[in-house]
Design a protein around this ligand. Sequence first.
Ligand code: SF4
Length: 497
Amino acid sequence: MAEQNLVQIESNRSFISRSAILAFKACEYKGYLTYFYDDHGITSSQAVLDLLIGTVVHRGLQHLLEHCRIHHPDGKFDNQCIDEAVAKAKEVWTETLSNYELALHSGEFDRLDEIIPEQECLFEGLIRGFAIKKLPGILEEYEILEVEKEEVFEDFSDLVTFLAKADGLFLRKSDNKLVILSIKTASQYLDVTERDILHDMQGVSEWVCVKDRIVKNWKKYKEIKNNQTHYIELEDELPSGELELIENYHWFEKFNSCPEIYAVQYEYLIKGQRKQDPYGSGIYKQNSFLVHSYKMESLMTLSGGNFSTSSDDYKWKSKGSGRLPKGWSKIDIWNDVGIKNWIEMLATGKIQSEEGDPFEEILITPPLVLRLPEELEEWLVSTRFYAERLHRGLEWIRGLENKIKAIDNSDLSIATIDKLSDLGKFRQQLKMAIWEEFPKNTKSCHSFYGRDCQFVPHCHELLTLDESVNSSLYKTRLPHHELELNNFIEKGYLEGK
Ligand code: SF4
């Protein structure tokens, strides 16, 4: 390790999250650029459609679950509740589109007037489909206790705080067991997906964080309760207020014990892939019956573009490998019945019922996933060790950056030869430190599915980071966790963003 001992290190805690760990594991240099570069990390100025659809669907479902937790635990939510969830998702969609350009295939920018309504139709369809087909069953089986609660796991490590946010925490009504909800949007649900779930880090990290918080609160609760036992012995009144302040107090009162986490419930929402349609045309369309279905050609000619509400005029599934049924054409749902009507037609089984329930193909609930205590402990020990290693590397780099800044900010007109030689030495050490601590993994640069790492122009096309940021290729990372976001706001990193 190059002359690390020369640098005076100022020790600060770092924040880390599951997505940061995954980025570092894919390529440590990518993790460094995304999460640590210039203290805040940088990301592409373009929004990746796939990820954006996942974000907006999550926002809509978060609103719906929270709304039902508060107002409709009996499951009696109505259409207006779903409309509001869609509106919340649209807010995020619109705001993102006003701040970021979409990352699309070359030549697609002149088709934005088709791509944007197609994608709006897709996320609205997924939210409405989930609300109608999945949510009633969830509310019957579970009580929703929490939705997207921020977890700040301080005791994860002496150096690093782990941040997490489970999509939901449920109480199973039949046996009072806690179940963590994990919502996933994916382009496909393959055999391997079910095997992957068994080892998915999200199901472990959120479990460890939620458990840590509940156990801590339970200990506080017991401590106060035990100190108050003399009131009970004297048959005197308990002093009120103190216990109620403890988070999760109502659960402890209800169960008279610390509730244990039993399993993770995954919910998959399948978007379909963006594929060239027709093949080789360079025109990419979302391969999902939520947005493109089939309609009788004779009706299209006769109605002059008007939609029909007769279920016999539509199909959601074509026979064979992608061939259209004879006499039928592929349509854009948003230009026809509209997504709200379409979901209702599908959900009531009016369309092609002989093909089964269409939602079974796109809303998938795998079996509950259980975790062994040793799995949780292994994750904690190995992730803490890894995160602390990243933290130490970062501290070293920060120390060198501060030395360089101090010389840069000093009056170089009266710079001594020593000062300039120090500057050169520290710059060289900084470069070496980054190479050593956060090496590139070039196996992660190009994906089989065609999406390159956002840092390819910098790593492999000779664009410096300063040039990339100045040319707005990259911008300051927007944190997803409240604590980190507030920290960025305090430091002024998000001003003008
Ligand atoms: S382009 Fe490749 S080497 Fe560079 S950060 Fe991305 S994955 Fe790592």
